[in-house]
Design a protein around this ligand. Structure first.
Ligand code: PLP
Length: 400
């Protein structure tokens, strides 16, 4: 990790890379190995590895207690989780579903596969979450669901969205993939809308290698989802509905439980990482970190920068190229916006005009390597590099 002294030292111009191995946006968290082994041993001794096992039940019970909800149904991933929720709601084909374009592509993909029509709403500039006023304007007689995302784990404007759902009678689901640990008011994320869906992918704040959680207070929905998770089986030879295999294995539940046990430590480490960036990037013109609101008990898992190209002296994409060359795999989330992605572009060709805040975020956001597992010396080195680039932006921009 040799700091750059001259522009020629930048890897893009032939210098040595700052890191010999890539630094990813979120290196997976590893709980103490013996903790994971202890959970796994119980599955091993019972030779019970899948199908509603004891670890899965323990994991679900702990999540229910945390979210203060009646049901948590864990699945093999969040995409499968949302898939079975959409099926369980029996939404009419061709129905419109309002969602932000500024989110991960999985929801829009699922809607298309289910014969539903994604209708993209814009985000609020301050939160980068679905703007409730925009959602309200998009509601029509064909609207069958609203699915906003708690982007970066920042809770949506839940009160306004729940009011909209109540007034319109349109079911509200939350994509809570990023939001494990956060609260809205006094209640944990997980307890809002008809259901909330979390991702337990290896790169998430809480993970189970892969996995998903559906949290809901709706008994009938939960019963239906448990069937759909397991091919529709309600008994040995009885299949009640056309379910899929969305089950979580005991090994995955073991990882989920182990990560749950150390989650307070995970948040503390992620917070320290965030604070290290805050300190290291302070005063760099045009590079502004989005600050999590302590009132929502954020998990500090993402470090999200917004770049003002004029003030920084270089556009975001040039900066991204420079960082990649140094093995800093910072990412342009959720670039280019779901509305501009090939499968969804023909559906809303006018969307770029009607989604100005989404376009702005897609063109300015850069997510930096962060989380509990990153080495803080790496964070300091990334900050030093960003400051060097900022101080030499004019020269670099002229060469790249
Ligand atoms: C906002 C959001 N929604 C949904 C998903 C899908 O989650 P999974 O990978 O568990 O299917 C992700 C995954 O990265 C995500 O970031």
């Amino acid at each position: 990790m040799t700091p750059k002294r001259r522009v020629d030292n930048l890897a893009l111009f032939g210098g040595e890379r700052l890191f010999s191995e890539p630094r990813h946006v979120n290196k997976p968290n590893s709980p103490p190995r013996e903790l994971f082994d202890r959970y796994l041993d119980t599955a091993w001794s019972a030779a019970w590895f899948s199908n509603d096992g004891p670890l899965l039940r323990r994991f679900e019970a702990r999540l229910c207690e945390q979210f203060d909800v009646r049901h948590c149904i864990v699945t093999c991933n969040a995409t499968a989780a949302l898939d079975i929720v959409l099926q369980a709601l029996r939404l009419p084909p061709g129905g419109e579903v309002i969602l932000p374009s500024y989110t991960f592509v999985s929801t829009a993909n699922l809607l298309r596969l289910a014969g539903l029509k994604p209708v993209f709403c814009d985000i609020a500039a301050d939160s980068m979450n679905a703007d409730p006023e925009q959602c309200a304007r998009l509601i029509s007689s064909d609207t069958v669901a609203i699915i906003p995302t708690h982007v970066w784990g920042v809770p949506c404007d839940i009160d306004a969205l729940e009011a909209l759902s109540d007034q319109s009678g349109v079911p509200l689901l939350f994509d809570a993939a990023h939001a494990y640990g956060a609260v809205h008011g006094t209640r944990r994320i997980g307890g809002f809308g008809l259901a909330e869906i979390f991702s337990l992918h290896a790169t998430k704040a809480l993970h189970a290698f892969e996995g998903g959680i559906i949290a809901t207070d709706d008994d009938a929905l939960a019963d239906d989802l448990r069937l759909r998770r397991n091919f529709g089986f309600s008994g040995n030879d009885q299949v009640d509905l056309p379910g899929v295999n969305a089950k979580m294995s005991e090994a995955h539940a073991a990882m989920g439980l182990a990560n749950l046990d150390v989650f307070a430590r995970t948040i503390a480490a992620s917070r320290l990482c965030h604070e290290t960036y805050e300190q290291g990037l302070r005063g760099i013109p045009g590079l502004v970190l989005r600050m999590p609101d302590p009132a929502s008990q954020p998990n500090y898992h993402y470090v999200v920068a917004e770049l003002d190209a004029q003030q920084f002296g270089m556009d975001r994409d040039t900066l991204t190229r420079l960082l990649f060359a140094e093995n800093i795999w910072a990412r342009r989330y959720f670039y280019p916006g779901v509305h501009r992605m090939t499968p969804h572009l023909p559906l809303a060709p006018q969307a770029p005009v009607s989604l100005p805040q989404t376009e702005r975020a897609c063109n300015r956001v850069l997510v930096l390597p962060a989380g509990a597992a990153i080495d803080l010396d790496d964070v300091r080195a990334i900050c030093t590099l960003l400051r060097f680039i900022s101080e030499n932006a004019a020269v670099i921009a002229g060469r790249s």
